[in-house]
Design a protein around this ligand. Structure first.
Ligand SMILES: Cc1ncc(COP(=O)(O)O)c(C=O)c1O
Length: 372
């Protein structure tokens, strides 16, 4: 078996399962700190790993500022000792009070959340009231992805001013997530990212001209991380990649310049050979996320040329001229196309060290509720 993930005790392991390789995770964290120039320039996103253990590994590497998408993730981060948590999500409805209760429960953690309109801003003010202490309010800018955020302009300026004046909140800077940065060519990617950052910096200047402060800019995900990491003349710029820590085949294929190592591998077994050219694995969409498109959903290591033809709840079916290489029971290692939603499908993951599985970690923030 030529690939680097071979496990000497694989025969004992149930499938389908997901295996994390902490030695590789540590390398990805260290490489990211090195690329950023300092751990203080990082604010990694916890949605990829959702675990206490990886949070602690990042803390050990000096990464004290973290980002998350759910209140459960925020609780796991605070409970693991993270001193600075940004909920990179707008609060609406009862999540305001709930976020406030979380801030009350963890008084040693600094909390902030996003807003992009008066409704989410007011909900954040409710959170601060519930917490009984000030919370950070970071404006979410729509820098071209068109998923959330307010476009840069007069309305955004007025909204930022409104945040600065809201009792219980302090205006905490600018959030610029660019999930539409997808250029494979590193130079093209850098030029695109520089364009986004320049518009954010120009907006920052307008805010400061009104006498308000912009303590930080939180920007980017994994594809744009090397670009933001290389920009050293913006001292308050924090980079917020998430996927990098486990990495996946999707990013690996799209961004070949990217020096991260996939640190999470799926184990699957052949369960059937329904036709002479088909092989069926126990790797349904309840164990590897149905994302991205079918043909890129999963990368089977050491497999012959094949096409994924169907993917249902418990079955992954491939078509290959070399189907007779397989028989039921054969173990195959696979890289997920998209690791983040795949992790969220597993309550526990196996941990491999020294070429064998030695334990398990709970994917703690997979739960929607922890205690708050
Ligand atoms: C707001 C926000 N920040 C950061 C990230 C991290 O991006 P990536 O998964 O590319 O590392 C994401 C990913 O979904 C995100 O939504």
């Amino acid at each position: 078996m030529p690939h680097a993930y071979h496990l000497s005790n694989a025969a004992e392991l149930f499938t389908p399962s997901l295996v994390f390789f902490p030695e590789l995770i540590r390398k990805n964290i260290a490489r990211t700190v090195e690329m950023a120039g300092s751990a203080s320039r990082l604010r990694p996103h916890a949605k990829t790993h959702k675990t206490r253990e990886i949070t602690r590994m990042q803390l050990e590497a000096g990464v004290t500022k973290h980002k998350c998408a759910t209140i459960a993730e925020a609780e796991i981060l605070a409970d693991s000792g993270v001193p600075d948590v940004l909920l990179a999500y707008a609060l609406v409805g009862p999540n305001g009070k709930r976020f406030g209760a979380l801030a009350k429960k963890f008084p040693n953690t600094r909390f902030a959340a996003l807003f992009d309109c008066s409704i989410s801003l007011n909900t954040l003010a409710v959170a601060a009231q519930e917490a009984g202490r000030p919370l950070g309010a970071m404006i979410d800018l729509n820098v071209g992805m068109d998923r959330s955020g307010i476009v840069i302009g007069d309305d955004a300026l007025a909204l930022y001013e409104q945040a600065a004046k809201t009792p219980g909140l302090y205006a905490d800077g600018l959030h610029a997530y660019d999930g539409h940065t997808r250029h494979s060519d590193p130079a093209e990617r850098l030029a695109f990212v520089r364009g986004i950052l320049d518009s954010v910096l120009a907006f920052q200047k307008r805010i400061e001209q009104r006498g308000l402060s912009v303590p930080k800019i939180v920007a980017g995900g994994t594809p744009s991380f090397p670009c933001y990491a290389s920009i050293r003349d913006v001292p308050h710029l924090e980079c917020s990649p998430g996927t990098y820590v486990l990495h996946d085949h999707g990013y690996g294929a799209n961004f070949p310049d990217y020096a991260m190592i996939p640190a999470a591998v799926l184990l699957t077994r052949v369960i059937s050979r329904p036709t002479p050219t088909r092989v069926t694995f126990d790797l349904g969409n309840k164990s590897v996320a149905p994302d991205p498109i079918l043909t890129k959903r999963v990368y089977l290591l050491d497999a012959p040329e094949h096409t994924v033809v169907t993917h249902s709840e418990e079955h992954l079916v491939i078509e290959t001229a070399e189907a007779d290489r397989y028989q039921p029971g054969d173990l195959v290692y696979a890289l997920p196309g998209h690791i983040c939603p795949s992790v969220a499908l597993h309550q526990e993951v196996f941990i491999a060290e020294g070429g064998r599985v030695v334990g398990r970690w709970e994917v703690a923030a997979r739960n929607r509720f922890i205690t708050v």
